[in-house]
Design a protein around this ligand. Structure first.
Ligand SMILES: Nc1ncnc2c1ncn2[C@@H]1O[C@H](COP(=O)(O)OP(=O)(O)OP(=O)(O)O)[C@@H](O)[C@H]1O
Ligand SMILES: [Mg+2]
Length: 479
């Protein structure tokens, strides 16, 4: 026998209606569904409640005196927490006003008298949305703690430069383009921009352009009118509107079609959105942060990305350097990820010096995310308390300081660290051998200089030379 699941907290609902009977019935119905319900007989009273109590959802009548539902909706935005959802109750025949309310930020509307189950379904959905927004930390005041600059670990000069630029940029309202290879921390950077901006108490809304189809992306971002396409059973606000007052993070922006790009451009230029299937536009005030792991200038030259949109987005660029160009951040990052893993796992682990050296001799094609995965794996699987080099099976290859073309490594390279393809491994060993031999030719047997040039520790160099059967200097060759 299993235990019954613990019921989830159901959410707090404020019911506003100046008609006593209607309000009572609605409140009773909702209490039956286990919600905590507060009642208010007027807009003024409702605003008082909103300012004091943590309300998740307000269900308000449209036609009230002296303050009507629309005015209440507007004023509520100023006093209520930003995750507050609003559903308008309308009498039959006043759907137009309800639609207007949604244009002004209500999430949904419901017609009186309620049909069986309809009220509950809508309330559930609205609460779910509010929970999602709150959970995502979109509005939370702890956003700055969790996503501020302090979340960005690494004291290398490259990172210090990035963070000081970030701080300056954040305070302006300029559009920001975050560029960097996959796994370098672009999303963290985008969140930090928001957390340090004047918009920090407003939503941070991420949208990943690579994750969904173009049509879906369009309606997600811009919203849609009821009946705009099959399946659009109701009018929906898009994410751009959701981000009003805050920051919209457009991730993987290069993965979009030119048609979509021109729509996005129009939104940026005019500061307004048009829902799919609607003719009127809604004004929005959003700051845009976009990100890409591609060489966007190349995308523009090859006509895959609209030049005018590129200029619009690229007011300020923040470039996140690949990890191989700031290997001195590896120890701090590894410690950071290990601390997190230790807090979760049953056995606290620590890093051996040899393990750190081993990691610092690696090129990290998957950047910080790869290091994060390596540390988590090691913490989960290692046999001893002290993590040793062999607990970090590195993918062969990834020349250090190669500074290759921007762009994500092919996905097969990203599958599980430690998976080996012999022929690839050999090719990589070859490349390593060549790089080491050339450096040895330049610096003789001065291993210190060789290691420095190759940006690995001398220990790592020594070990690699042994593994590659390169002659390591004997005592007579040392100074
Ligand atoms: N400087 C950093 N300090 C701490 N954690 C970091 C840092 N940089 C990246 N990370 C962590 O590494 C992972 C990858 O970062 P993020 O998702 O921001 O990268 P990305 O550049 O957006 O990658 P992709 O292009 O694949 O989307 C995340 O779990 C993030 O928390
Ligand atoms: Mg990302």
């Amino acid at each position: 026998m299993t235990d019954a699941p613990t019921p989830l907290p159901r959410g707090r609902i404020l019911v506003v209606d100046d008609q006593h009977n209607m309000r009572r019935t609605t409140a009773l119905l909702l209490r039956e569904y286990d919600y905590a319900v507060i009642e208010a007989g007027s807009g003024e009273e409702a605003l008082g409640v909103l300012a004091k109590e943590g309300v998740d959802l307000m269900l308000t009548d449209l036609k009230m005196t002296p303050m009507d539902g629309l005015t209440l909706l507007k004023k509520a935005r100023e006093v209520a927490p930003s995750h507050l959802q609003v559903i308008m109750m309308t009498a039959f025949g006043s759907v137009d006003t309800a639609v207007e309310a949604m244009r002004q930020g209500a999430y949904d509307y419901v017609q009186k008298p309620f049909k069986d189950g309809e009220l509950r379904a809508r309330v559930e959905r609205a609460l779910e949305r509010g929970r999602l927004l709150a959970e995502n930390g979109l509005f939370a005041k702890e956003f700055i703690e969790r996503h501020g600059l302090s979340a960005l670990v690494g004291g290398s000069s490259a990172m210090r430069e990035l963070t000081s630029r970030l701080q300056r940029v954040a305070q302006s309202d300029a559009t920001v383009l975050v560029q960097g290879e996959s796994g370098t921390g672009k999303e963290l950077v985008a969140r930090a921009v928001h957390a340090h901006s004047r918009r920090k108490d407003k939503p941070f809304v991420p949208v990943n352009c690579a994750a969904i189809s173009e049509t879906l992306l369009e309606s997600e971002l811009f919203g849609h009118a009821k009946g705009a396409f099959t399946g659009a059973v109701r009018t929906r606000k898009g994410l751009v509107e959701e981000a009003d007052g805050g920051t919209l993070f457009i991730d993987e922006v290069t993965e979009t079609t030119p048609a979509f790009q021109s729509k996005l451009l129009r939104t940026l230029q005019d500061g307004e959105v048009r829902r799919v299937g609607e003719s009127t536009a809604v004004r929005v005030d959003v700051r845009i942060v976009a990100a890409t792991n591609r060489d966007i200038e190349l995308e523009v030259r090859e006509k895959r990305f609209r030049q005018d949109l590129y200029y619009r987005l690229n007011v300020v660029t923040l470039r996140v350097p690949p990890l191989r160009e700031r290997l001195e951040d590896v120890p701090a990052l590894a410690e950071h990820f290990l601390k997190r893993a230790n807090a979760r796992g049953p056995h606290p682990r620590r890093l051996s010096k040899a393990a750190v050296d081993h990691l610092m001799g690696y090129g990290f094609p998957g950047n910080v995310r790869e290091l994060e995965n390596l540390v988590e794996q090691a913490a989960a699987l290692a046999e001893s308390e002290e993590l040793l080099p062999e607990d970090f099976p590195l993918r062969p290859g990834a020349p250090v300081n190669a500074g290759g073309p921007m762009g994500a490594p092919p996905s097969f390279l990203l599958e599980g660290a430690g998976s080996r393809m012999p022929s690839l491994a050999e090719a990589v060993e070859d490349a390593e051998r060549r790089a080491i031999v050339q450096a040895l030719e330049r610096h003789g047997m001065d291993l210190g200089r060789v290691a420095e040039e190759l940006a690995v520790s001398s220990t790592t160099l020594w070990r690699k030379m042994k593994r590659l059967n390169l002659r390591t200097p004997g005592p007579e060759q040392r100074e």
